[in-house]
Design a protein around this ligand. Structure first.
Ligand SMILES: [Fe+2]
Length: 297
């Protein structure tokens, strides 16, 4: 474990920077960004797309020369029961050392079981056993790559009757036990509020605010009475309002516009990033502004 990581009480001393408003980098936009070099505070990449090298990795090197990066992963299977994937961790460590991302993050989920990969971020029951299981695996990851990671809350569509804790208690315990930080996806929390009745305000209130180092904002879809976290639509007005309320209460954080499906032209994402920036700027200046009304889904 490195000096910058963790003391005996598990609290991280890692020096998290405030990054401003960033964009999720998606392959169709890489050449647009490399050719035009727009001013963007930071970019988040799906690190799984770059683990195996190839052309994408050469382009990533060029991106990294010009923009601060965050590595966001979906493949660690922290909640799984099979041993952690050492070749994947080895590459993650190499890329982390080469590109020095400002943030490295994963999800509080399992993605595979008995060799079957589900291509989905699946929740676990929030029990003492799963806290210990996650804590052990997060610690293994952090020791392997030599720095703390952020853990993201999930959008969920079921609740396990076995759960002994709330999701926020579960995430807080992971922070305390491992020194990891939190990536708070406000859209996921909003979707959970609608679908499962988990009050967003209470969920956020119960998290250790000092350990939240990144926020995700995304659009969602409607499916009959459900909201589905599809990342396929513009960020709706209610999510901007939730973000504004968060910043007002807890102070601003590095924020990311997360769009994966139905990808628009790059300038559309830039427009959303500017809305986020406008909200962030509000908390640097004592001027009251409201986020502009955005197209709802
Ligand atoms: Fe997210």
């Amino acid at each position: 474990m490195t000096d910058s990581m963790s003391s005996s009480n598990g609290q991280s001393n890692f020096d998290y920077e405030y990054l401003g408003a960033g964009l999720g980098l998606r392959t169709p936009h890489i050449y647009t960004i490399l050719e035009n070099r727009p001013t963007i505070d930071w970019l988040e990449i799906h690190i799984c797309n770059y683990i195996n090298g190839g052309l994408n990795q050469q382009l990533l090197m060029q991106i990294a020369e010009n923009y601060p990066l965050s590595f966001h992963g979906v493949s660690l299977n922290l909640g799984g029961t099979e041993p952690l994937n050492v070749p994947y961790l080895t590459r993650l460590k190499q890329l982390t050392e080469e590109l020095n991302p400002k943030l490295v993050s994963e999800h509080a989920c399992f993605t595979a079981h008995k060799g079957e990969v589900f291509h989905d971020l699946l929740p676990v029951p929030y029990t003492k056993e799963s806290i210990n299981h996650f804590a052990s695996r997060i610690t293994q990851v952090q020791e392997f790559i030599g720095r703390p990671i952020l853990i993201e809350n999930l959008s969920r569509y079921v609740e396990y009757p076995e759960s002994e804790f709330t999701e926020s208690e579960f995430l807080s315990a992971l922070c305390n036990k491992t020194g990891c930080g939190l990536l708070l996806d406000l859209t996921n929390a909003y979707v959970n509020q609608h679908n499962l009745g988990i009050k967003l305000e209470q969920f956020v209130e119960e998290l250790p605010a000092e350990h939240i180092h990144e926020i995700h904002l995304a659009g969602f879809s409607h499916d009959e009475n459900w909201l589905v976290d599809t990342h396929c639509a513009p960020i709706p007005h209610e999510i901007w309002s939730v973000f504004d309320a968060f910043c007002d209460r807890y102070g601003k954080r590095s924020v990311l516009i997360e769009r994966d499906n139905n990808l628009p032209e790059f300038h559309e994402l830039e427009r959303e990033r500017h809305v986020a920036k406008q909200i962030l700027n509000h908390y640097e200046n004592p001027v009251t502004i409201m986020p502009p009304e955005c197209e709802t889904v």
